[in-house]
Design a protein around this ligand. Structure first.
Ligand code: M6R
Length: 366
């Protein structure tokens, strides 16, 4: 059942190229120009009238939501917030009939996320659920459902669910821009062309496996690690850090790179591991200056960078390279070496990878 892999997590990491392909299937028009979402049936004018979007989720799904929020704002220019469900539901959020709520939940059964869905529905707004489980509570209770088609995810640590949530959110953002005739809709054909290449590029990104494993074996004795990045790289840093904590039990923290000097830099001393993501070309120089700040304190820096980045090797100790795509889609590929890093750090420490201590796959209690 593990398909020859030692753990479900490793199997699921390697299933990502297929999972991404399955998520895209049937959702791009034949001429490659438009997004097709036949599953969404909105009342006339609803798309035009949306004036804010609330994305609500927990854990890894919340991290996917942060990328989705950026994608939606970029393509539709509608203000988007992305919140943790256990916070959202208790803070009396401002919801009107023109609010669109998007909940993201792999299992479709997370208690706080469902409570937020019910709260929003009670206040009369439309809820779209992005979920992986057909027949789940989220799928039944939401007004519209976008299935991620990742296939069953068994390991507690979420991997292919995250990448397929990202794909679903990129598609949804493009679709909504088209529905509204937003300026961003003109970018959709280029994004769709790049999305179609992602299964192959994800396969290439999996080729970093041996390199990451060697590195994880060296790092496994460390107690602390930091993940830094800006923009979408920061969102992926949060996910890389959560994954490492969850299964390797190393203490990890993610920081927006520009925020380091507001406190955390005090923790950066000789040999402290720092994973620096540098895939956002427009923020490159800014992130590089933050990398130099941590290098000056003798941190050990692992860069996650594009295959054609000729500069980065001068400023970091080691580089893991990912294949080129649009910076907008970088999270789908950049997360892969981070998943592998968490996996191999966990096995090096002799942990129960698929069933980390204190955690459950589906959090059905509050
Ligand atoms: O099923 P859900 O997507 O609602 O689950 C949300 C979180 O519990 C989940 O993503 C959790 O953070 C993962 N174990 C992280 O790997």
């Amino acid at each position: 059942e593990k398909g020859g892999y030692e753990h479900f997590m490793l199997k699921e990491i390697h299933e990502q190229p297929k999972a991404i392909r399955d998520t895209l299937t049937g959702r791009i028009s034949e001429d490659g120009q438009r997004v097709v979402f036949d599953e969404i049936q909105w009342p006339e004018n609803f798309a035009q009238n949306i004036d804010r979007i609330h994305i609500v989720a927990c854990g890894t799904s919340w991290h996917a939501g942060m990328v989705g929020a950026a994608a939606l704002e970029k393509l539709t220019r509608i203000p988007v917030s992305c919140e943790i469900a256990s916070e959202y539901r208790y803070r009396d959020p401002i919801i009107t009939e023109n609010t669109l709520m998007i909940i993201i939940t792999q299992s479709g059964e997370t208690a706080d996320t469902l409570a937020a869905l019910r709260e929003a529905k009670a206040r009369g707004t439309r809820v779209v659920a992005i979920t992986n489980v057909v027949g789940s509570s989220a799928a039944r209770e939401a007004d519209d459902v976008v299935f991620t088609w990742a296939g069953p995810e068994i390991s507690v640590a979420s991997t292919k669910a995250y990448t397929t949530q990202l794909i679903s959110l990129y598609l949804f953002a493009g679709w909504l821009a088209e529905q509204r005739g937003s300026v961003g809709a003109t970018q959709v054909p280029e994004i769709l062309a790049a999305l179609r290449e992602l299964p192959e590029l994800a396969e290439k990104a999996l080729g970093t496996s041996d390199e990451v494993k060697a590195f994880a074996n060296e790092w496994a004795s460390k107690e602390h690690a930091f993940f830094i990045g800006r923009g979408l790289d920061y969102a992926v840093s949060l996910e890389g850090s959560l994954k490492l904590k969850e299964i390797s039990y190393m203490h990890a923290e993610a920081y927006a790179a520009g925020e380091l000097k507001h406190g955390t830099l005090a923790l950066i001393v000789e040999d402290v591991p720092v994973v620096a993501l540098v895939t956002q070309d427009d923020l490159y120089d800014k992130t590089l200056s933050n990398i130099i700040e941590v290098k000056t304190r003798d941190a050990y820096v692992l860069g996650i960078a594009w295959e054609d980045d000729k500069e980065i090797a001068k400023s970091v100790d080691r580089v893991i390279r990912i294949p080129r795509t649009l910076p907008f889609l970088a999270p789908v590929l950049a997360v892969i070496p981070l998943q592998l890093l968490a996996y191999y750090a966990s096995t090096a420490r002799g942990n129960d990878v698929d069933n980390p201590r204190n955690l459950a796959k589906s959090v059905t209690v509050e």
